[in-house]
Design a binder for this molecule. Structure first.
Ligand code: ZN
Length: 337
């Protein structure tokens, strides 16, 4: 089957009461790890690429790797999503390349660093919704600012600096018509999210629940939602790494989110940690090896294991075959009505 739009995956997830992980990629091994995890758990799949990934891998490589994935895993509904588009122009180029879902992050100015005004965010997001929906492509917006910086994107603020205001979120969805909404509830991009296990003071799940009550039919997105498990940190540090102690978003908090309207959960750091730990282990234990396959295979396997675990805990496992994918042209007609 061709790449499918994200809206349908999230609508189905809402019906089934589960969440769908969105995993970032930069190369072939990461795509393979996700697709294998999708097959093993029979899960729908969201693969996402940031601007940084698009420039690292080049659009044509990414796109054709994803086409290969749809040919090799025809039983799995697979979305290619743009993570943190910084301008309508970036979203347009992704849509033209064949992405079936885009995020317009108008919470920041096009420099990807400066928090924007509500009016700017609404205007930029509306433009993208008009352009994307005409082609049946899904749009994720963001209101409030996430903490941290990822791939050069982010204001570098604390996760608590610009929490999403529920009333503004409701207004934003009404004015833009976005399919999914990323909200700021205290999470940050990168490995260093929390200095200790998060509590209600640092991870604002009550805010998320309030937003869900205002917007019961909007698909909420949790960014910066790696769990940063200690086991993955320990592997890296045991083999010469130097990670400082850090905490991520506990799985049970994500599951609470899923019970309250969260349909997409972004995970990148956990996979990066798994890959790096596996490669370090080979380098330390077998310093005589020099064939890249000797460390890329275990790295791919380590990432697959994390993705399988997430797919099971988010509840998407077992749901790949629940529905017939709707072609983008049909989605475009539905939006037009
Ligand atoms: Zn993000």
């Amino acid at each position: 089957m061709p790449l499918v739009c994200m809206r349908q995956l999230l609508d189905e997830a809402a019906k089934g009461g589960y969440g769908v992980g969105a995993f970032n990629v930069n190369n072939m091994e990461q795509i393979q790890a996700i697709m294998e995890a999708g097959r093993e758990t029979n899960s729908p799949v969201i693969v996402q690429a940031s601007r940084g990934a698009r420039s690292y891998a080049q659009d044509r490589y990414l796109y054709h790797l994803m086409i290969a994935a749809t040919e090799l895993y025809p039983e799995i509904p697979t979305v290619l999503h743009l993570d943190h588009g910084n301008s309508p122009e970036t979203c347009r180029s992704a849509i033209e390349m064949g992405f079936t879902s885009v995020m317009m992050d108008g919470s920041l100015m096009p420099d990807g660093k400066t928090p924007s005004s509500f009016e700017y965010n609404v205007e930029a997001t509306r433009q993208v919704v008009a352009m994307a929906h005409a082609r049946g492509v899904t749009v994720e917006g963001e209101i409030g600012c996430l903490g941290g910086i990822e791939d050069g994107h982010g204001a570098g603020l604390s996760g608590l600096a610009h929490l999403t205001d529920p009333e503004q979120a409701a207004e934003f969805v009404k004015l833009t018509g976005v399919d999914a909404l990323a909200i700021a509830i205290g999470t940050s991009h990168g490995a260093y999210k929390f200095k200790e296990k998060p509590t209600g003071a640092t991870l604002k799940m009550d805010r998320l629940i309030e937003i869900h009550h205002r917007l019961p039919s909007t698909h909420l997105v949790m960014h910066g939602s790696s769990s940063v498990p200690k086991e993955l940190q320990d592997v890296i540090n045991a083999y010469g790494g130097k990670l400082k102690p850090t905490w991520g978003v506990p799985i049970e908090e994500i599951q609470l989110g899923i019970r309250n309207g969260v349909r997409k959960i972004n995970v990148d750091t956990d996979n990066r940690l798994a890959i790096t730990g596996a490669i370090r282990k080979v380098f330390v234990e077998s310093p005589e090896k020099f064939d890249p396959r000797d460390y890329l295979k275990p790295a791919r396997e380590a990432m697959k294991k994390v993705v399988v675990e997430r797919m099971i805990s988010f509840g998407q496992a077992g749901h790949a075959g629940d529905y017939e994918p709707v072609p983008l042209s049909v989605m475009a007609q539905r939006y037009a009505q």
